[in-house]
Design a protein around this ligand. Structure first.
Ligand code: ADP
Ligand code: MG
Length: 246
């Protein structure tokens, strides 16, 4: 593993008496694809919001690219591309216009913005849809454009919160392959959350299993392939014991 890009130390978030994220320790290296796996309500989105400096930890610490997200959220925002569960676009603008807009507000010249936007549309498989307004996009197309919109600011890290929810199964496979390819081509560090074991298994180098705010296990999938216990088996140990299914 290379230098640590995302580091969580005893990270905790309480809402009143309820602990949403409970003393999580985690270190994600440069170029890794890390999957936060866990059922709804496990604390994945809350953890991500703390990484981005969008919500404050109750205790503990989080750094991204060596920057404290809580005290320096604006600096973190420059390094990280974030795709929320529901990404918003200007629906009366085309995909190309939306990307150019994002690039320009991130400091690129119009010429660079246009070149990069066109190239990214091709890479995410929307090259033939340049004239279509995003209001007419399907969910899968919106997620692809969302990925392009995250990449156009040339981030060092991308954080995707349940990026495949609402996409049909064949679209999901394409989307995950795309994330994998982009990460491996550019050395991009990727963290994404999901409640689907198979999606995480498809592309991740490492997986963190979340349940009730706790990180129960941190598993390198490479090591696992040599082992007779698959991730499915480990997953069911954590999530299905006592009839509690994910
Ligand atoms: P996940 O993304 O894994 O589905 P979340 O991080 O969204 O889980 O939520 C974890 C828990 O924290 C849930 O029980 C949720 O209801 C609770 N929670 C999240 N945000 C808030 C909030 N702003 N106020 C109170 N409780 C919250
Ligand atoms: Mg969530």
């Amino acid at each position: 593993m290379g230098a640590s890009i995302i580091e969580l130390i005893d990270l905790t978030k309480k809402y009143g008496d309820f602990t949403a994220v409970d003393q999580v320790n985690l270190s994600i290296g440069k170029g890794e694809i890390f999957g936060l796996l866990g059922p709804n309500g496990a604390g994945k989105s809350t953890t991500i919001l703390m990484m981005l400096g969008l919500t404050e930890p109750t205790s503990g610490r989080v750094t991204v690219c060596g920057i404290n997200s809580t005290t320096h959220p604006v600096d973190v925002k420059r390094k990280v591309g974030y795709l929320p569960e529901d990404v918003g676009f200007y629906d009366d603008m085309t995909g190309l216009e939306n990307l150019v807009y994002t690039a320009e507000i991130n400091g690129f010249s119009r010429k660079e913005a246009k070149e990069n936007a066109q190239e990214l549309l091709d890479r995410v498989g929307l090259g033939n849809e340049v004239a279509k307004k995003t209001g007419k996009y399907s969910r899968g197309m919106r997620q692809r454009l969302g990925l392009a919109d995250v990449l156009i600011k040339k981030p060092e890290v991308i954080i995707l919160d349940e990026p495949t929810s609402g996409i049909d199964p064949s679209g999901v496979r394409d989307f995950m392959d795309l994330i994998h390819r982009l990460s491996k081509e550019e050395g991009l560090t990727v963290l994404f959350s999901s409640h689907h074991l198979n999606q995480v298994q498809q592309v991740c180098d490492r997986v963190g299993l979340f349940k009730k705010g706790k990180l129960l296990a941190d598993i390198a999938l490479n090591d696992l392939h040599k082992d007779e216990h698959g991730l499915d088996e480990i997953y069911s140990q954590y999530y299905e014991e006592g009839g509690e299914k994910a």
